[in-house]
Design a protein. Structure first.
Length: 255
């Protein structure tokens, strides 16, 4: 009985739609004029849950002044990563009522962050030693609960600064959504920007781009090995494409 009712309902709905959009008897001989009334308009609006507002001040430099730019760069990398995830709304620094002086935020400072609409706050500090080794401390705070959700300390060469920020962005995404982010990963692809089809590797944001092959041949279908320590790709470097026995060979390139 329910199936019958559903079928009747569907038929009635279809009939109503046909009547609503069918042209009148006087206009059947020619197409209707293009007026505002009969032009289909589609409005696309954002869907899903509202974005999670997060404040990301510049990281605090605890070392020499010549490394001060890393603090702003670190905040920009974190902001870009989290904005790219489509889960976060990055609050403009122009809204900030105060600047953290430590990664340990006193309870009395949280109202200033809550007042600008921040649900989360990332605070970080770093120190670069004479060997260009950097130690970074980063904390993600729940502003309303006034507590740290994530606290991490990283150490590495300054050249790995972007990778360190990507790693903490992953941790931030996991703390909020339960799923670890992709920002610490790398992408591999083929491009003919040099005139030959070469293999390249880069961070997900396109930075730290590095050319892997330089044989000026055709290199295709790059992929990471199961361990992630090597690239596997097909190359025509061993012979011309006109010879099937030499068209393609599988190569491993250690990273």
């Amino acid at each position: 009985m329910s199936n019958r009712v559903s079928l009747v309902t569907a038929l009635l709905l279809g009939t109503c739609l046909l009547l609503a959009f069918s042209p009148s008897a006087s206009a059947q001989g020619s197409p209707p004029a293009a007026t505002d009334e009969n032009i289909l308009s589609i409005r696309v609006t954002p869907g899903g849950a509202p974005l999670f507002p997060v404040a990301i001040p510049d990281l605090i430099n605890k070392g020499e002044a010549r490394h001060a730019a890393l603090g702003m760069e670190g905040a920009l990398i974190l902001s870009h990563d989290l904005d790219y995830s489509f889960y976060f709304r990055i609050l403009s620094p122009s809204l900030f009522l105060r600047t953290p002086t430590s990664t340990r935020i006193p309870s009395g400072e949280f109202p200033a962050w809550s007042a600008i609409g921040a649900d989360a706050l990332i605070a970080g500090e770093y120190f670069v030693d004479s060997r260009n080794m950097v130690e970074v401390t980063l904390r993600l705070y729940d502003v309303s609960q006034r507590r740290a959700l994530v606290a991490k300390r990283y150490r590495g060469n300054v050249s790995e600064w972007r990778r360190i920020m990507h790693r903490f962005a992953d941790e931030t995404l996991r703390a909020i959504t339960g799923v670890r982010g992709p920002f610490y990963s790398r992408i591999v692809f083929a491009s003919n920007q040099t005139g030959a089809k070469e293999i390249y590797i880069a961070d997900p944001d396109g930075k730290r781009l590095r050319q892997v092959t330089t044989n000026r041949s055709i290199n295709l279908s790059p992929a990471f090995s199961p361990t992630g320590g090597a690239l596997i790709f097909t190359t025509y470097a061993a012979g011309a494409p006109s010879y099937p026995s030499h068209v393609s060979r599988l190569y491993f390139r250690r990273l």
